[in-house]
Unconditional design. Sequence first.
Length: 511
Amino acid sequence: MKSDTGAQYLEDLATGYWFSEALFTAVELEVFTLLEPKGLTTAVLAGVLEMPTSGLERFLQALCALNLVVCDGGSYFNTKLASDYLVIGRRNYQGDSILWRKALRLGWQDLAGSLKAGGRVNFPAEEEDAKQFSQRIRKYIKAMDNVARTKVEEILPFFQGLDLKGELLDVGTGSGAIASGFLESFPALSATLLDIGEVLNYTRELLDKQEIGKRVSYQPTNILEPWTVGQERFDLVVLSNIIHAYSEEEIPLILDRAANCLKPEGFLVIHDFFPEHSPEKAALLDLNMFINTYNGRTFSQAWVREQLAMSKLHTTELIPLETDTAVIFAAKDATKLATLRLDARTRLIARIKAMGFGQVLPISTADIHVSDWTDLRCQYGCDRYGHPHCPPNSPTPQKTRDALKDFSQALLLEGEPPGKIFQKRVLAAEREGFLAGFHKAFSYWAGPCVLCDTCAASFPNGKCCNTRDARPAMEGAGIDVFETVRRAGLNLGILRNKGDYVRYFALLLLE
């Protein structure tokens, strides 16, 4: 959601349920399935749904505004997004997941009750029989299967080029979608799926219909009870969206068991939600776990990696996916991690973000906007004009343009006050880039240098005593900060009032 300090941001928060209710209703009515593939007029769709056209027309217009359908020649058609993900029967159908989110509303509507009680207050019906329990399990597994199918497609590229073979253990497998993705991509793999028996009954039904079902075995197990799968047996162990389902006391036990199952040359994959990658989603998921589970919660990547280290495993940084989750890879042999297809820049971004930056965004140097007017703001409007690292003593716009010709990749770093701490973090990020192999790493920050408590250059004939750490101001070097930030995909507005939230920015040139 767009960040803003004004009333509009609060209005957007308050009406957020309008968006979700429109989506829930469209999926529940199977609108997108009915529109596929040739589209329908409002009148025809109203006849199928047995409802008047007046309200339906307005509803379809709302779906148009949400970019889920389009109107052409009096008929409504699915957008590509809706066609790919909201039509029943499509491989990446997300409808079950969406309606599961709808089912969670009851708990959220009594959030105050959960807060007062210190935990969950809505529980499954006590009189639930075996059939009802099985139906609830199946509904949940279908929902999670929708999501897992898309996630495994993001995880598999990290193993590209590896000859994965042997045995895979999928802990808390659910529908088996993660394991299925690996089995389809690596024919020499077989899989053991570990979950409670009621889940595996449905998983077996799903996988027995597929060719890969012949390479799958099932291990009915409560994750918190001993695993009878053998030690150092598996070449790959996967825990996908398992960490957030358990407590701080339970996770070390689970990770230790996973490590014990791993061969000396094997890989452990932790896939989950992490606050360092998607802060809003992770925080709200954590609240959802508080409302709707007994002890689930989200954990920081630093804490998870500490627990993995205690299980004598080496780890990568947190590797963000394009979506709202991220992965940590672990192994008993540190050299094995180097065989994964992990982009050096992606790993660097993860390390830099862990330093305390709000955003670390890749940006092409072609999108760094250099202008000839910015030094006017320095000369007429800033009392630091003439200081050693400010105009006219800073790099000229032309010098900056020339320097950028030797680079193609950069990172935009976003932080917050105080400025001295921010600038020290920028320098630490620059050093991290150098150590990661980007030998040309060099940074600029927005605004003047504030590293020293007392700037020697402020005295008559004073000279900078800290040239090692001082860096050019982006504006002083001709960089239009506002335009560059916008090109990186962030919104940056003018601060109108004292006390408005301040955001600091810096550029780290890499290569």
